[in-house]
Every structure is written in C-alpha cells, then in structure tokens.
Design a protein around this ligand. Sequence first.
Ligand SMILES: [Fe+2]
Length: 162
Amino acid sequence: MRFDIEDYKSRTDRLRWDDLDFGAFTDDPLDGDTLRVIEYMHDVEHHTICYLRDLLVTPAHADPEITAFLSLWAYEELWHGEALGAVLAAHGRLSGQQRVAAMRQRLGIRDRIRPLLSALGSTVVGERLVALHMTWGAINEWTTQAGYVRLAQRSGTRCWPS
Ligand SMILES: [Fe+2]
C-alpha cells in the first residue's frame, strides 16, 4: 500500500474544538487520574516537534514527500496538544506554553544531544536511520491512539468509529 501525499495534503486540517462545552467541566469535572493522563498526552503531542527536529538532521530532509508529510503531521499534532491544553486549562491545570517550556527545560542534556546523535547516526548508517525513526514514530502513533481509545473507554466516551 502506497501512501498518497497529495490526498493527505488535500484532507489535512487543524483540530477544532470550539463546539465543545467547556463550561460543563464546572459541574462535571474530569477526575484526577484522567487529568493526569491528559497532561501526559498534552506533553507527548507537544513533543512531536522535537521528534521532528531529530529526524530532519537525517537524509529525511532531502525527500520532499517525507518533508511534506512531516510538516502536515507536526501541524496536526500541535493542535492535538492545544486541544488537550484547553481541557487542562478548564480544570485550572498548567497547560500550553508554560507547561511545555517547563517540560523541555527538564529534559536536560539527553534531549540536547539527540539531534547530534541522529545526525551522526545517519552519517554512519544512512537511510536505515530514517527507517528506524519512521518506524519508531509509527509505533508512537499507534500506542498514542491506543491510549486515547483506552482513555475514552475508561470515561465511557466513544472517540471514533471502531
Ligand atoms: Fe496527536
């Protein structure tokens, strides 16, 4: 099965949530465990750009189809994080730029050397490192999706067609 980047380009959009009733959280707030999971998901969604940073120092940046996909994907992921941030903010929890900045500050040296390791690794093994990155990214997407489904099940919500 071949991925159709032109089809993806024509269909992609940012997530919109202006039709959600955030006032309902005042009377019926999410429980602490659910909010903790949403905080984690918020952080993961906002961390996508850091994954992208590490990938773009590999030969992936030379492939226009891959970079088109990654550009749109990163845009979508940003809005996932923003939507979760809106839910956290409705519960008085830290979210958005303040939370993301603090999280990135805590990542320390390991995060700072990742692009160097990625560039060095791709110099040594070439496109195989890109394949590894993309595989890792796909696994992250699948586990994140499974996490959202589990969160929806736990809260008794149906999140998308099964
Ligand atoms: Fe996402």
